[in-house]
Ligand binder design. Structure first.
Ligand code: 2HG
Ligand code: ZN
Length: 474
């Protein structure tokens, strides 16, 4: 195991001393300064990136976080912020010996204002737990993603997570109203507020969306949540060509309108990979080139069912889909979603993995997969799944063992292809350490310089999450 970016040298940060450790122990309690058995923190989900941090600090509050960061700023100790450690670009993984500051224990406060649907919660609360608590009150987190059982809400904001319902409910920018941030000097700043509408100044809370810990540690989040849908329905279509997938997306938009919540794609190779590595069966008996998973959220099961059936019938009647199945039970719906949500797990089991998460104009969405297959031939296996409704493709390439040559060729090929076709090199996973060498692609000098200046305001000593998304001053 080694870090994704090998050519970097350690920054001019202080090394941790025993007096630093004593200070941290006095601040958070000795059980929450971990120096042993910390592999779960120093290594990322893909197990491809690993740092050699000497300690993990697990504060329980905004105030403790502030005390730690004030101290680290003064001593010039580098810190990497980590939430659920489910990220896919190594943003929360140290590269050298950065201290790891985990937000896992900042998870006590949860307050829902029922009349307005505004929720204030501690950043360390796990997404699925928040959703569970909301369900009791008839509300739902607008955000849902495969990592929901481990990812934390603060981490979701910092990662700018997208997920499987963005099509319906919009991005985090539509939901985040305010947050508490402890910046790189240890200052506690309340950004934004708790009103649905507040147009009095710059929307500073939004700066934290996708900030990857560069500006500070998010310790509390205030966001709008949505009414829990009364009816959730799901269907899967088997499709023979990508152009038919696109026509089905248009048909779904017009037939299902506002109840359309997810429109996900799994390509034929991915489905075979899922069946090869996981105990989940394709719901269609015959293999197909593409599968679409469509979910609706609405308030009337009969109406929604009628609409969904009409859509599936028209898709079959017009021969846009080769086959179609609607889920008739919660078990069937879970089965369909497992095929999609466990695609990343199956791909990870398939060999050494090279992961991509890109946005593309829909006309080019699948061409990237085809071109990558053509380029790599028998050297690698290429999988594509993703959020077609959002133009977000998860291209995953695997080889039997790590292939240095392929690694050197593949990222520049994919990223240049994406940018030259009007796309983005990161749709929802961020930059982290995996994409740091490509972070300026598609960005103007002026924007990069503005981002650098903002970093300097929040974290003048540049102790937070070094070597990653934001280029240093030098
Ligand atoms: C998903 O949509 C996640 O399943 C992970 O964003 C994607 O691992 C991936 O390729
Ligand atoms: Zn995704």
């Amino acid at each position: 195991i080694r870090s994704a970016t090998t050519s970097l040298t350690r920054g001019n940060f202080a090394k941790i001393s025993s007096s630093d450790l004593s200070f941290f122990e006095r601040t958070v309690g000795s059980s929450y300064v971990k120096t042993k058995d910390i592999d779960n923190y120093t290594c990322d989900w893909t197990k491809q990136m690993k740092g050699s941090s000497k300690c993990v600090l697990i504060p329980s509050s905004t105030e403790e976080t502030s005390t730690i960061l004030k101290y680290c700023a003064e001593k010039r100790i580098a810190v990497v912020v980590q939430a659920g450690n489910t990220g896919l670009v190594g943003g929360a993984t140290p590269l050298f010996d950065e201290i790891i500051l985990s937000t896992s224990r900042i998870n006590n406060n949860f307050h829902l204002e029922e009349s307005s649907g505004v929720l204030t919660l501690d950043a360390g609360i796990i997404l699925a737990d928040a959703d569970y608590l909301l369900a009791e009150k008839g509300f739902m987190m607008p955000l849902d993603l495969g990592a929901k059982g481990s990812c934390q809400i603060g981490g979701c904001i910092a990662a700018g997570a997208g997920g499987i319902r963005l099509l319906r409910y919009g991005s985090l920018h539509s939901h985040l109203l305010g947050c508490t941030l402890v910046d790189g000097k240890g200052t506690i700043i309340k950004l934004g507020g708790s009103l649905r509408k507040d147009n009095t100044s710059l929307h500073t809370a939004h700066l934290t969306i996708g900030s990857e810990g560069q500006l500070g540690v998010i310790t509390s989040v205030t966001m709008g949540v949505v009414p829990r849908p009364i009816s959730i329905l799901c269907a899967m279509l088997a499709v023979s060509s990508y152009s038919h997938c696109l026509r089905l997306l248009s048909l779904a938009r017009s037939k299902l309108g506002e109840i359309l919540s997810s429109f996900e794609l799994i390509d034929g190779e991915t489905m075979k990979c899922v069946e090869r590595h996981l105990p989940i069966k394709n719901i269609f008996n015959e293999p197909h080139d593409f599968y679409l998973l469509i979910e609706t959220h609405g308030s009337n099961g009969d109406h929604d069912g009628e609409k969904l059936n009409e859509f599936v019938e028209e898709a079959l009647g017009a021969e846009l889909a080769e086959d179609g199945v609607a889920a008739h039970s919660e078990n069937e719906r879970t089965h369909m979603w497992r095929l999609r949500e466990e695609s990343p797990i199956a791909a990870a089991k398939d060999g050494y993995i090279y992961k991509f998460d890109v946005s593309l104009p829909l006309e080019h969405f699948y061409r990237l997969t085809e071109e990558t297959r053509k380029k790599l031939g028998t050297r690698a296996r290429v999988y594509c799944y993703g959020h077609l409704g959002d133009g977000n493709s998860h291209l995953n390439v695997t080889t039997d063992g790590e292939d240095e040559e392929l690694k050197k060729e593949l990222s520049p090929f994919v990223y240049n292809w994406v940018v030259s076709h009007g796309g983005s090199i990161s749709a929802e996973h961020g930059i982290g350490q995996l994409k740091r060498d490509y972070r300026s692609l598609g960005k103007s000098e002026e924007e990069i310089s503005l981002i650098r200046s903002l970093k300097g305001v929040f974290d003048p000593h540049r102790i937070l999450c070094p070597y990653k998304m934001i280029p240093s001053q030098e």
